[in-house]
Design a protein around this ligand. Structure first.
Ligand SMILES: Nc1ncnc2c1ncn2[C@@H]1O[C@H](COP(=O)(O)OP(=O)(O)O)[C@@H](O)[C@H]1O
Ligand SMILES: [Mg+2]
Length: 267
């Protein structure tokens, strides 16, 4: 329906850059990276939104300690708009705000796609420099829905440096490049790049291999936007709902900020 289409373009019409955060495997730290990227962009003075499109396993509410958020719906000129949560300087919407994250798991594909479209197109995003979208692992219907219905500025691919993970990254790079998809790959983020124990801050243990993403970035001529170490505090900060980038003096806080600056330079 034309009227609906018009409304659709409206809520995202003042969003300058939509960036997807993707990974080939689950558990590589995609949501952690998406949350810290969004907050870092805001710390860099950019108006930023964060959409949790991991419809089947939304973890943004937990990572931001916002599990009890129930966004308000307001009517503007006869259209219902969903008011994003504003926290840490960013606007946030997640399917986890609308349903219990555990019941999201049993949703069927079309229900999930519809819920996602609602968050995107009825979210009162306003003016944004960046909308960061945290996606489910792999390349799913959700990715296709996003790619087909939005003008995506680019995708950031998160991986660990492990060979088995990198093989899948190559597949994802090729998929995003395909003619009918054609989404620019802004770059790679190597998460869990090395382990630094809290009591030995000068030490680096390359648990998942060394510089795997750096090698891939050279081979495919794709920028390496950041290398984030494994540190216990990233895990603990996630569980506390207080993202690590807020601690700007920490090693990991600096790495997240550096990564966000690289994203700004490439977009
Ligand atoms: N660099 C890191 N150092 C330590 N723990 C991390 C790091 N990145 C992610 N984690 C932890 O790993 C787990 C999975 O991260 P998450 O962001 O939920 O991954 P994904 O979204 O890819 O499934 C979480 O418990 C998170 O706190
Ligand atoms: Mg996740």
């Amino acid at each position: 329906m034309p009227e609906r289409k018009e409304r659709h373009t409206d809520t995202l019409s003042s969003v300058k850059n939509i960036i997807m955060v993707a990974s080939c495997k689950g558990g590589v730290g995609k949501s952690t990276v998406a949350v810290n990227l969004a907050i870092a962009l805001s710390l860099e003075g950019k108006k930023t939104g964060l959409l949790d499109a991991d419809i089947f396993g939304p973890s943004i509410p937990k990572l931001l300690h916002a599990e009890d958020t129930h966004p308000q719906v307001k009517s503007v000129d006869g259209t219902d708009l969903i008011e994003p949560l504003e926290k840490f300087g960013i606007k946030i919407l997640s399917i986890g705000f609308l349903v219990d994250p555990e019941s999201a798991l049993i949703w069927r594909g079309p229900m999930a796609s519809n819920a996602l479209k609602q968050l995107l197109h009825q979210g009162d995003w306003g003016e944004l420099d960046y909308l960061i979208i945290d996606t489910p692992p792999g390349t799913s219907d959700i990715h296709l829905t996003l790619i087909q219905s939005l003008k995506i500025r680019g995708v950031v691919i998160v991986s660990t440096p492990q060979e088995v993970a990198l093989a899948d990254v190559v597949k994802a790079i090729e998929m995003f490049k395909r003619e009918n998809i054609n989404v620019p790959v802004l770059g790679l983020v190597e998460n869990m790049a090395w382990f630094t124990p809290a009591e030995l801050p000068g030490k680096k243990y390359y648990i998942f291999g060394k510089n795997g993403c750096a090698r891939l970035s050279e081979k495919y001529n794709i920028p390496l936007l950041g290398q984030i170490p494994i540190v216990q505090s990233i895990c603990e900060d996630g569980d506390k709902g207080s993202p690590s980038v807020l601690n700007a003096n920490s090693l990991e806080g600096k790495e997240f900020l550096n990564f966000a600056r690289n994203v700004i330079n490439k977009s």
